[in-house]
Design a protein around this ligand. Sequence first.
Ligand SMILES: Nc1ncnc2c1ncn2[C@@H]1O[C@H](COP(=O)(O)OP(=O)(O)O)[C@@H](O)[C@H]1O
Ligand SMILES: [Mg+2]
Length: 358
Amino acid sequence: MRIVAIANQKGGCGKTTTAINLSASFAQLGKKTLLIDLDPQGHASFGMGVETQKLEESIYHLLADRKKTESQKCIVNFKKNLDIMPSHVLLSTLEQEFKEMPNAVLRLNEVIQSLSSHYDYVVIDSPPSLGFLTFSALRASNRVIIPIETSSFSLVGLNKLLSMIELIKVKLYHTTIVSGLVTIYDKRVRYSQLMLQEIKKCFNENLLETVIRINISLREAASFGKPVIEYSRYSSGAKDYLKLGNEILNDNKTRNLDTFYRDAERLISRSRSTLVKFAIHCPEARYVYIVGDFNDWTLDDKSLLDRGGNGSWQKSFTLKPGKYKYKFVVDGRWIHDPDNPKCEDNIFGSYDSILTLE
Ligand SMILES: Nc1ncnc2c1ncn2[C@@H]1O[C@H](COP(=O)(O)OP(=O)(O)O)[C@@H](O)[C@H]1O
Ligand SMILES: [Mg+2]
């Protein structure tokens, strides 16, 4: 039995869509599959047409007190080869209930292992947070898929998820394969293309080859309570998720997780950078430089500003979050930025301009 957790603390990146449709693809490919909805919001249950409030017993009861609950009672059959263990709104209280119990994070794993004779694949949809539930899902998994949507920037927070996987490795001696999955990809948007290139460069072999394209059928299928294969089998969504199912079934590659962490950290820190444009109005000046913490206060070609129209001079730098001091050098005279009221004294008895990026 293989256990695949879908995790990313960011909401809206395609976790639930991936959990539902990957499960349906496994089932289509002949694998007995259980989808576990571990998000108290119950989106995966809804997307599979299951009303969570109708259940007397659920994954919540199983995790809270396994002895009294029969796991079979918490499972709903969707179709051949595909079952779902729906969510329960009380799942969100588990963290509080288990605060004092160090091994509680292993409970989900125990529940899943007790079902091992029934399933080839278990897919877990996790909530958009990094609490007890996601931690339990990661601990139970042999494989983690991190959906990364390219329509807007979703890498923020990824490093926290990675630290959590690292924590599981170090503290619980459990290693799981981690792969990125590009989702909601729109090739008509240039930004998406750039993102995809960047992600490919950094994730290397840790990025799944299948790219999930943006496709309205995926959204519609969920609102009809069906996986996309059942709703529109010739849609690109159905094709992409079937391809993903095949890719995972046939994936025997081993990966180096340490390289992955390093590369991902690099990608994340680059993604947090902002393009900052410095400008000063000096119509009379012959040349203007900018020097500061971000260029080691060096006067050279790279710190020379470009002359714009109307006597303005400007230059852009890509900067990471932090606090920066800088000055302009106008025809050899060092001056602070007249348009920036934030200044600090320096050891030379004058002022430096201050820029703080969150
Ligand atoms: N490939 C896709 N194309 C179009 N819409 C998508 C795609 N993947 C997800 N969506 C839609 O984006 C929204 C967020 O997706 P969802 O899977 O619920 O994300 P998460 O579980 O990470 O919050 C949903 O409305 C979903 O239908
Ligand atoms: Mg979700």
